[in-house]
Design a protein around this ligand. Structure first.
Ligand SMILES: [Zn+2]
Length: 85
């Protein structure tokens, strides 16, 4: 049984919309509430699927479409705020 503490994840960086930073809605990903991949998750989507951590609330969740070469914008499924990871 793995725990999120032992699984590598990408630490997010806050997107400060209150400071005028913009979110790229075209590539926006949703980080799931779950700390494990959905059972029906398949690797059909472009990019890398794995864990990311919300810098606002510290939630670690499963996110698809992470990019190994370039950070993508993500909305946290727990607190609903935006970050980049
Ligand atoms: Zn959050």
């Amino acid at each position: 049984m793995k725990t999120t503490a032992t699984i590598p994840f990408r630490r997010g960086e806050k997107i400060r919309r209150d400071l005028g930073e913009t979110v790229d809605v075209g590539t926006l990903r949703i980080m799931l509430m779950h700390a494990s991949p959905p059972a029906d998750e398949v690797m059909l989507q472009e990019g890398y699927t794995g864990y990311a951590q919300c810098p606002w609330c510290g939630h670690v969740g499963w996110a698809s479409g992470l990019n190994v070469t370039r950070p993508v914008d993500i909305v946290c499924g727990h607190c609903g705020r935006y970050f980049r990871a």
